[in-house]
Design a protein around this ligand. Structure first.
Ligand SMILES: Nc1nc2c(c(=O)[nH]1)N[C@H]1C(S)=C(S)[C@@H](COP(=O)(O)O)O[C@H]1N2
Ligand SMILES: [Mo]
Length: 235
């Protein structure tokens, strides 16, 4: 099946024509069913505008250009042990609807696939296919409060990171659980990692456990950023 077709059809569901509560049953289903209509009407005007305004898309590549087949691993620490069966992604902070989503919940949401260039400032690059959930879909579901300006990502290995809201809401910013057509390998960030063609490698947190909307940037902005890397990290 063409994943793009499926994802477009499922997106219609997300835009309020049908209940996300059904897609995510088992996950506070009553609240979800109720929240559907509001998912496209977030309280935060900035977020609403970003969701509706078309954003320039970064270049995507054909599947045939994936290289290398196994993405190099670049971690500051050992791979954390995360049990995918019990794992729950937490979405909290400046949101009306804090959520905890299992991998099963996330995999019922529209699957977005893209082949993009990954660039590490240490001097290597790769063409990688990622599949996962668009972060903007999750943020819309959680209903950002009016002060939410940034997104803070916590990782299972102690890594931490923060992003500006426009980049977090970019249609090519994913929380990925697939890589090069396979389930995301543990060393590359399973069960969930950020993947986006608009940011350098160090902005793309692996093993994301928590997505927190915040109004102000904390003094600790990111693992590498706090050691001098530029905060925005755009491409
Ligand atoms: N949690 C976590 N995320 C991380 C890192 C890390 O050490 N820990 N390294 C970053 C860097 S510098 C890069 S280039 C990419 C590398 O992703 P890969 O190991 O899947 O190639 O992950 C980024 N995300
Ligand atoms: Mo990197």
């Amino acid at each position: 099946m063409n994943p793009n077709l499926m994802s477009r059809r499922q997106l219609l569901h997300l835009s309020g024509l049908s209940g996300i509560g059904l897609l995510l049953n088992g996950c506070r289903s009553a609240d979800f069913a109720e929240g559907v209509g509001k998912a496209i009407d977030p309280l935060n005007q900035q977020v609403e505008e970003l969701l509706l305004r078309p954003q320039a898309l970064a270049l995507e590549y054909p599947l045939s250009s994936i290289q290398p087949q196994e993405l190099r691993i670049n971690s500051f620490e050992a791979t954390p042990q995360i049990d995918q069966a019990t794992f729950k992604l937490v979405i909290d902070g400046a949101v009306e609807q804090p959520m905890q989503l299992s991998m099963n919940d996330l995999q019922k949401m529209p699957l977005q696939s893209m082949v993009i260039r990954h660039i590490c400032v240490e001097g290597w690059a790769a063409i990688v296919q990622w599949g996962g959930v668009r972060l903007r879909d999750l943020i819309a579901l959680a209903k950002p409060q009016s002060g939410a300006r940034y997104v803070y990502f916590t990782s299972g290995d102690g890594y931490y990171n923060s992003w500006d809201m426009p980049s977090a809401l970019h249609p090519q910013t994913l929380l990925a659980y697939q890589m090069n057509g396979q389930p995301l390998p543990k060393n590359n960030g399973a069960p969930l990692r950020l993947a986006a063609p608009i940011k350098l490698g160090y902005k793309q947190s692996k093993w994301v456990t928590r997505v927190t909307l915040i109004n102000r940037l904390p003094s600790k902005k990111g693992y590498w950023e706090d050691q001098g890397y530029e905060w925005f990290g755009g491409l």
